[in-house]
Design a binder for this molecule. Structure first.
Ligand SMILES: C=C(O[C@@H]1C=C(C(=O)O)C=C[C@H]1O)C(=O)O
Length: 186
């Protein structure tokens, strides 16, 4: 599970090693998708394109259900995980819009192409689903999963220097990673 020690990652930041532990690869992909949210925000800021696009969201979730079923994952569980990814992406976008409105000098000076960004998100959908499959057994163990999730999230927060906005979004995005015993009291 070796990511390059230091490589230029999408979004232009310098990636450090993958988050620690057995949920490291999944958490790394979740953070990568959050950072694509920065590019989505840059593509929409100062245009007529709204942060929220319900038609595109339904397309993403339909693709998720179809691919999840093909992998032998529960389609609705996978859709719930991706609903969190979408909510988290919008949290990032709203936060950046507010930041750039208050501090115009921090606003992006180039506008990336949303169509290309969505192709990147579609590739991440495939990678994320593969990791959901690879971690299926661990995620069914509430205690082990919760420990691994804290390890991965904590190490990523430090190593990738996540700011408050992206930390909050990471929390939202990982809310349904662990199966926390729906049959018992939640
Ligand atoms: C990322 C986008 O912004 C929002 C978040 C989406 C997502 O996370 O997949 C999809 C549609 C939008 O509601 C986008 O427009 O592509």
């Amino acid at each position: 599970a070796a990511a390059p020690a230091s490589a230029e990652a999408p979004g232009g930041h310098t990636a450090t090693a993958e988050p620690l532990g057995r949920l490291g690869p999944l958490t790394g992909l979740v953070i990568e998708r959050l950072r694509v949210g920065d590019d989505v925000a840059a593509s929409k800021f100062g245009t007529d394109s709204p942060i929220e696009d319900p038609v595109r969201e339904q397309q993403v979730l339909e693709q998720v259900r179809t691919k999840a079923a093909a992998l032998g994952l529960d389609p609705e569980d996978a859709a719930a995980f991706f609903q969190d990814q979408i909510t988290a992406s919008k949290t990032v976008q709203k936060g950046l819009f507010a930041r750039w409105t208050a501090h115009p000098e921090e606003a992006p000076t180039t506008r990336p192409d949303l169509t290309e960004i969505r192709e990147r998100l579609d590739r991440l959908t495939t990678d994320l689903l593969d990791e959901l499959k690879a971690t299926e057994a661990l995620r069914a163990k509430p205690v082990a999963c919760t420990v691994q999730l804290a390890l991965a999230g904590g190490s990523a927060t430090v190593r990738e220097r996540l700011d408050t906005l992206h930390r909050q979004a990471l929390g939202t995005a990982t809310h349904h990673v662990c199966v926390t015993g729906r049959a018992t009291v939640s």
